[in-house]
Design a protein around this ligand. Structure first.
Ligand code: SF4
Length: 121
């Protein structure tokens, strides 16, 4: 059996969330917009990644940011506080049937219920 991409897996039950993520308004509120982008996208050391992740930890849009990276298969950089290797593990969980909301709740420690505004943190 071939593996599904997370994006394909999520199409069926996550339409409103996908549309909200794709609109991208959450990106305007990211803490990284006020910081050196090299922290998130350069081929950096573990120390630099850790610095980016620590900034992400208090970002008001961490949840949609991580959701975006998982759904749209962002291959590079730190998104939602996780680097590509960490996200790869989560993407594998999505392809085996776990829901995006369950994975986000597990990683970020937030309730599993769908937010009324998917762009909200
Ligand atoms: S969670 Fe991190 S990468 Fe995402 S928007 Fe916030 S600061 Fe930027």
């Amino acid at each position: 059996m071939s593996a599904q991409t997370p994006h394909r897996t999520l199409q069926a039950g996550h339409g409103p969330m996908l549309r909200a993520l794709a609109r991208g308004g959450w990106k305007e509120r990211g803490t990284c917009r006020q910081t050196d982008p090299e922290l998130w996208f350069a081929d950096t050391s573990q120390r630099t990644k850790a610095r980016a992740a620590s900034i992400c930890a208090s970002c008001p849009v961490r949840r949609p940011c991580l959701a975006w990276a998982l759904v749209f298969d962002e291959e590079y950089g730190v998104w939602g506080g996780l680097d590509a290797t960490e996200r790869h593990t989560l993407k594998r969980r999505l392809t085996t049937g776990e829901t995006l909301l369950a994975v986000l709740a597990d990683v970020l420690g937030w309730p599993i219920a769908a937010p009324s505004n998917p762009e909200a943190a």
